[in-house]
Design a protein around this ligand. Structure first.
Ligand SMILES: Nc1ncnc2c1ncn2[C@@H]1O[C@H](COP(=O)(O)OP(=O)(O)OP(=O)(O)O)[C@@H](O)[C@H]1O
Ligand SMILES: [Mg+2]
Length: 439
C-alpha cells in the first residue's frame, strides 16, 4: 500500500498553503544555494589552476638556479597549502585517475612541461594525492607532492545564515498564509453567529479588496435575509390580523344558530383556527428574534409562579431543584420555552416534572420529564420542525399545531441555550434545556 505510507495531506487550508509555500521556497532556496556553491567551486578551481601553473613554474626555476646546497633551505618557503617540494625521486604509483589531480597535472605540464620532462603518479592514501617527478638541469631529482583541494571550505557562519534564512522564510509563510486564511475564518464565524435573530455583527468591509468584497457580499446577504424575514413576519401578522375579523363574525353567527350540536363543533373549529393563527404569528415573531432584552431576575420565583399557575388549573406539575441565585436572562422566553415543554408533557404524558440541576462550567439544565409514550428515536430531531407532529398524536384529544417545540427551540437558540429531547429509560420523554453563561 503506497498510499498508506505517504504522510496524510493536512486538512486545513492554513496547513496546506503553509506546506506548499514553505516547501517550495525552501527548495528554491536550496537550489540557488547549490548553484552558488558549484559556481564558486568552479571559479576557485580555475583560479587555483592558474596560480599553481605560475607559482610552480617560478619555484622550479628558482630551485634550478640555486646552488645545490642551498636548495634544501628554500623548500619550506616554496611550500604552499596544497603542495610542497621534495628533493629526491619521491614515491612511485599508479597513474592519476581523479579528475582534479588530472587538471592539476595538466596545469603543471603547461607551466614547465616543455622545459622539464615530467612523470606524474597518484599516491595511495585517504586523501587525493599525487606526485610530479622531474629532473633539474643538473640532474637532481625533484618531486612536487600535491594534495589538491577543491574549492574553499565553508565558513561556519554560512550555516547559521542559512538557518536564519529558513526561519525568516517560515515566519513569512506563516504570516502570508494567516493573512490569506483569517478572513475565511472570520466569515465562517460570522455565518455561525448569524442566529435566528439575524443580529450578527457586520463584517468590517476593509482590508484587501477580495476580502472587502466578500465581506460586503456577506453583509448584503445578511440584510437581504433580514428583509425577507421581516416581510414574512409582516405577512403572517397581517393574515392573522385580517383573519380575526371574519373569525369573530363567524363566532357571532354560530352563537345565533339554532342547531346546538353543529354549533358546538363549529365553535371548536373556530377555536382551533384562532389558536393556529396566534401560534403562527408567535412562531414568525420568534423566528425574527425576540426583542426581549435580557434582565436580572430571580429564576426560582419565575419557576415557582409557573408551577403554581399549572397547579391552580388542576394540573400535575412538580418542581425539583433550585437556582439559588439571581441570573441575567430573558424571562419571557424562558417561561415560554418551559411552558411549551410542560404543555407537551401534560398533553402526552398526563403529568410533568421540572428538574433544575447545576452542572459544571456554570451551566444549568432544566429538564421537563414525563412518563408518556415518548417519541420514536428517528423523530427526535424532526419534531422541532414547525408543524411536524408524530403521526399517532394527530387526534383531537392531543390536537395542536405542531409549533410548540419549534418556537421553544428558536427561543432557546436566541438565548444561546440548547434544547434537546431524549427518551427516558422506563418510558417517557425528557426535554432538556441547557443554559449557558449564567452570570
Ligand atoms: N412529551 C412528549 N411526549 C410524546 N410526544 C411528544 C412530547 N412532546 C412532543 N411530542 C411530539 O412532538 C410533536 C411536536 O410537538 P410540538 O410541541 O411542537 O407540537 P404540538 O404539541 O403537537 O402542538 P403545539 O405545541 O403547537 O400545540 C408532538 O405532536 C408530539 O407528537
Ligand atoms: Mg406542544
Amino acid at each position: 500500500m503506497i498510499a498508506a505510507s505517504w504522510p496524510r495531506w493536512p486538512r486545513t487550508l492554513f496547513a496546506r498553503l503553509a506546506v506548499i509555500l514553505f516547501v517550495g521556497l525552501a527548495l528554491a532556496q536550496t537550489l540557488s544555494f547549490w548553484l552558488t556553491m558549484t559556481e564558486r567551486d568552479q571559479t576557485m578551481t580555475n583560479v587555483m589552476m592558474g596560480y599553481i601553473e605560475r607559482e610552480v613554474a617560478s619555484s622550479v626555476a628558482l630551485l634550478d638556479h640555486l646552488p645545490p646546497d642551498e636548495r634544501a633551505q628554500w623548500l619550506p618557503r616554496l611550500a604552499r597549502r596544497s603542495y610542497e617540494f621534495v628533493l629526491g625521486p619521491g614515491v612511485s604509483g599508479e597513474p592519476v585517475d581523479a579528475s582534479l589531480s588530472e587538471r592539476v597535472a595538466r596545469s603543471i605540464d603547461v607551466g614547465i612541461g616543455n622545459r622539464y620532462p615530467l612523470t606524474v603518479n597518484a599516491v595511495p592514501g585517504d586523501r587525493e594525492r599525487l606526485q610530479v617527478h622531474l629532473k633539474l638541469s643538473d640532474g637532481t631529482p625533484l618531486t612536487i607532492d600535491m594534495r589538491p583541494m577543491s574549492g574553499a571550505p565553508l565558513s561556519r557562519w554560512l550555516l547559521l545564515v542559512l538557518l536564519l534564512q529558513l526561519v525568516v522564510l517560515a515566519a513569512c509563510c506563516w504570516l502570508a498564509v494567516r493573512l490569506a486564511t483569517r478572513p475565511l475564518h472570520q466569515l465562517a464565524l460570522a455565518a455561525d453567529t448569524l442566529g435566528p435573530d439575524l443580529k450578527a455583527d457586520r463584517l468590517p468591509e476593509d482590508g484587501p479588496s477580495e476580502v472587502a468584497r466578500a465581506a460586503r457580499a456577506f453583509n448584503a446577504m445578511q440584510d437581504r435575509i433580514a428583509t425577507y424575514m421581516t416581510e414574512r413576519m409582516q405577512i403572517l401578522a397581517a393574515i392573522s390580523h385580517d383573519l380575526q375579523t371574519p373569525i369573530t363574525r363567524m363566532r357571532l353567527r354560530v352563537d345565533v344558530m339554532d342547531d346546538d350540536a353543529q354549533g358546538a363543533k363549529l365553535r371548536q373549529d373556530l377555536q382551533e383556527m384562532e389558536t393556529l393563527v396566534k401560534e403562527g404569528v408567535t412562531y414568525a415573531r420568534t423566528m425574527h428574534g425576540t426583542t426581549e432584552v435580557p434582565c436580572r431576575i430571580d429564576p426560582d420565583a419565575l419557576f415557582d409562579s409557573l408551577v403554581f399557575d399549572y397547579l391552580d388549573a388542576g394540573q400535575d406539575v412538580s418542581l425539583e431543584g433550585r437556582f439559588g441565585m439571581s441570573v441575567t436572562t430573558r424571562p419571557q422566553a424562558l417561561r415560554r420555552i418551559v411552558g411549551n415543554l410542560v404543555d407537551n408533557a401534560l398533553k402526552f404524558g398526563g403529568a410533568a416534572e421540572i428538574r433544575i440541576t447545576a452542572v459544571h462550567d456554570g451551566q444549568t439544565t432544566i429538564s421537563v420529564l414525563d412518563r408518556g409514550p415518548g417519541i420514536p428515536a428517528q423523530a427526535l430531531e424532526a419534531v422541532f420542525e414547525p408543524f411536524y407532529r408524530v403521526e399517532t398524536s394527530r387526534n383531537r384529544h392531543t390536537g395542536g399545531t405542531g409549533l410548540g417545540l419549534a418556537i421553544a427551540r428558536q427561543l432557546a437558540l436566541a438565548m444561546d441555550a440548547t434544547l434537546t429531547l431524549q427518551n427516558r429509560a422506563g418510558g417517557g420523554l425528557e426535554a432538556r434545556l441547557t443554559l449557558r453563561k449564567l452570570l
